[in-house]
Unconditional design. Structure first.
Length: 330
């Protein structure tokens, strides 16, 4: 076991064969994370002292970050005592992660390349999840891919997913060509830290592209259930697609909610916002010190939104993201 200490006084031990992230979580030290494959950059930390070794390419780090000593805790193991500069999420307790059998309850085409899948669990099982978290779906021969849960927990315990077809994708081929109602699958989760925190009194901005609207929908459903005193001051959803057909969901009526669909390749008949969600947000001149941003969807949108918003004055800790990067194991 190797002793790990963090800049804000947390201490835990890591086995030589486990990631710094897994070791932290095993000890109840919750670090921000999403993909767990070194691609998204959410679990970034800086090594102050000690030696670590990477188990996968750290694609989520820029060259400058590598030079400054940043690492990705999901794909790094300790080689000895390590001192890390990394934020943790404080006293948050995450729901238990489980592996459960499930069956397809319904399958429905939402647009040309998006399908809505509802999974049902056995009557004796349940999955607690915080709105915004994701699951891994495990199909035939152990094929495993990540999908955000598109609903807040429901009484019937069913789980809704919005799945985009990735050209030549192995799991996409299953969802779009072979999947049928009652198919038996397994799920593993809930995973990730893309859930609301510290939203009371803030201007909450939910940025999504494509099926990135799935966890945004779940977060909104969760917000409806929260007491008035922890509600944000305002909620704005910017949802981006290319064409009108990509906008397969309509926001419900909710107090203080503004819904802004944005198209990047709209035809002349479109009278809504055009371009990219992050630019439309900045064009609206948000009061950045009191704004809390949750961004979900394409990696490109998230990187651009994060760098532009930070340059414009958004405090670093007020930007959270879930990048829908490739979730195939490497
Ligand atoms: C935390 C998380 C949550 C996610 N939630 C959702 C969700 O709710 N809905 C959803 O539609 N997708 C979601 N994704 C993305 C989804 O897991 C991948 O798109 C999926 O892995 C594609 O699987 P596949 O087997 O069809 O393609 P693969 O066989 O894995 O890949 C085929 C080819 O496409 C590339 N590729 C795969 N995925 C992507 C991608 N996302 N972007 C660009 N290129 C890609 C691969 O590099 C490969 O070249 C999420 C990903 C993560 C990490
Ligand atoms: S890079 Fe570690 S969680 Fe995505």
């Amino acid at each position: 076991m190797h002793p790990i200490s963090t800049s804000n006084g947390r201490r835990y031990e890591a086995r030589p064969d486990e990631s710094l992230l897994d070791a932290a979580m095993r000890h109840g030290v919750i670090l921000d994370y999403s993909c767990r494959t070194g691609r998204c950059g959410t679990c970034k930390g800086r090594v102050i002292a000690g030696d670590t070794i990477s188990t996968h390419d750290e694609l989520g780090l820029s060259a400058a970050e590598r030079r400054q000593g940043y690492i990705l805790t999901c794909v790094r193991q300790a080689c000895g005592p390590v001192e890390l500069e990394v934020d943790d999420l404080g006293d948050i307790v995450l729901p238990e992660v489980k592996t459960l059998p499930c069956r397809i309850q319904t399958l429905e085409r939402l647009s040309q390349d998006v399908v809505r899948v509802v999974l049902r669990l056995p009557p004796t099982s349940g999955l607690d999840a915080l709105p915004g978290q994701y699951i891994d779906v495990i199909g035939a021969e152990g094929l495993r891919r990540s999908y955000s849960i598109a609903n807040a927990p429901r009484a019937d315990k069913q789980i809704e997913l919005h799945i985009r077809e990735v050209p030549d994708g192995v799991m996409s081929h299953y969802w779009f060509q072979r999947a049928k109602v009652n198919d038996l699958l397994r799920l593993h989760g809930p995973l990730g830290t893309f859930f609301l925190r510290d939203q009371a009194g803030k201007d909450l901005v939910l940025l999504a592209t494509g099926t990135g609207i799935a966890p945004v929908k779940a977060i909104l459903e969760g917000l409806v259930r929260l007491a008035d005193e922890v509600q944000p001051r305002s909620i704005t959803i910017y949802w981006g697609g290319r064409h009108r057909d990509d906008l397969y969901w309509q926001a419900p009526d909710f107090p203080r909610l503004r819904f802004v669909p944005v198209l990047s390749r709209a035809d002349d008949a479109w009278h809504g916002a055009r371009g990219h969600v992050q630019n439309v947000l900045l064009g609206d001149k948000p009061d950045l010190p009191s704004t809390l941003v949750y961004a979900c969807g394409s990696d490109a949108m998230i990187h651009s939104a994060q760098s532009q918003l930070r340059a414009a004055g958004l405090p670093e800790r007020q930007f959270h993201s879930d990048a829908f990067v490739c979730s195939a194991a490497t």
